[in-house]
Design a protein around this ligand. Sequence first.
Ligand code: NAP
Length: 533
Amino acid sequence: MDAFFTSEPAEVSWRSDQIAQIVSESPVACIVTCRSSREGGEYTGDPEAVADLYRRLAEEASPPGWIDIELSSIEREPTQRTWFAEAAQSERPRLVLSFHDFGGRPLDLARRSLALREKADLARAPGIVKIAHRARSIRDSLDLLDLCAAASGPTIALGMGEFGLLSRVLAPKFGGYLTFAALHASMATAPGQPTISELLDQYRFRSISRTTPVYGVLGWPVGHSLSPLLHNAGLASLNRQGVYLPLPVAADPADPEGSFASFKGTLLELIHHPRLCFAGCSVTIPHKEHLARVGAQESARESSHAEVRWSIDELTRKVGAANTLVVERNPDGRVIACRVLNTDGPAAADCLQEVVGDLAGKSVLLVGAGGVAAGIGMELALRGARVWITNRTPARARELCAKLNAGVPGSSRWTAIEDTQGAEEVLNAVINCTPIGMHSGPDPAGLPIVLDALALRNPGLVVMDTVYNPMQTPLLVRARQLRLAVIDGVGMFVRQAAAQFTAWTQSPAPVELFERLVRSELDRRAAPPVGES
Ligand code: NAP
């Protein structure tokens, strides 16, 4: 049951019959609250009417299970203070003493929580403390979860906004008294509140216990990531304990070192949190290089005094970007090893290999010279392919080729070219490694390369896109028109996720399930909203 009557808040007294009826007819216990506009709610009427409403509801044959009142209201409003003193003497309804800050995190969070507990402990039936503030980072959410775990009585501590989801989903793991969810997204009573179906179906809320391993995807932004959908469904399909969450870590392009520091601080806090059971994560744009850097720094520290053994795989070491972290713990939960992996490159190479066969001796043109091109370029060459790289900024393609060639002594397997005539050999495949064609990207209708002349020169050319949203990019549409074989970006996305899943669970990933989920979710997102033609 969720909040009622938020639209016409001027007075509650005339609504009290309706509220009493809803409470008495409710099949589940209700929480009643009337939050004033001063406390971030919508009520602007007489505070005395609120005290009268609460008093009246408490006297009903079917009172609400809980009445939630802001501590500051009790302190400020004499009528509510009097009501509180009376209500504290009875067993029902139970009292929730709350503090909300819709703007940010209070400086005195710990002191406020103690003040709330002191007041709540005056109630005959143990009062419940509720703290909800806008979380500015997932570290704020971890602090809220710690408040729950350390509390001496029933406590609700929730983060608002996108950084708060962690605190909402993991509340049971940390002994939180309850969490809130909305019937529909449009009915959320606080920013960042999940829907009931997200909480129960996607995040498997009912299965979360103190020992549940936590996984997630670190990136910025990550709100639309498909990874939670896949990995939670995968864990459920294998009946494995675990929950996978979006873990936003803000980044500022104008402050790369600050962004790295924030990523590293968050990651290390997740890994070493004593109660979280963090078991690993995916890492996406713009933190892939940051993960490789943390891995390199921590594995260098190891030789001296580190307790945790860090390692980075060969591809990460060679290209300086990674998308996967595996955290290994001993049976008593202590972290013993962290492994940094790059599953992007092998995923793309596997997709291509499935269509063109053995990659040894094949010639592949990459368009783009960013992190994805580096991973794919290295993996293709490790499998024996010859790689050409072209890029909007030619100097970046040259730098990448120089870096890749330097990583493999005596090698000249990577060649930067400025136009496609530069690839002297017969090309077997071309792979788009830019965001051109991506929904909401810099050029959704654009083509990263003109295929016509290439198709004439290379009749068997295979065209692959790493962009997967939409599945049918303008590049793949054009390739089909030219009767070329195509590979969309979903295969790579599914394979990189499958390799992560296996690294975390030591079990084969349900690849068909992953692929079905991604394709149907992308179809759903592409469909016009109901009511539009
Ligand atoms: P990145 O490091 O930012 O590199 C982007 C590359 O695209 C650069 O070479 C950049 O050229 C080029 N580029 C960007 N905008 C362009 C434009 N408007 N016109 C021409 N070139 C442009 O990004 P990344 O991490 O390599 O990711 C690239 C793409 O890979 C993503 O957009 C994503 O769609 C895809 N991806 C797919 C998967 C999957 O599983 N299927 C996984 C990860 C990524 P400059 O050097 O000139 O800036």
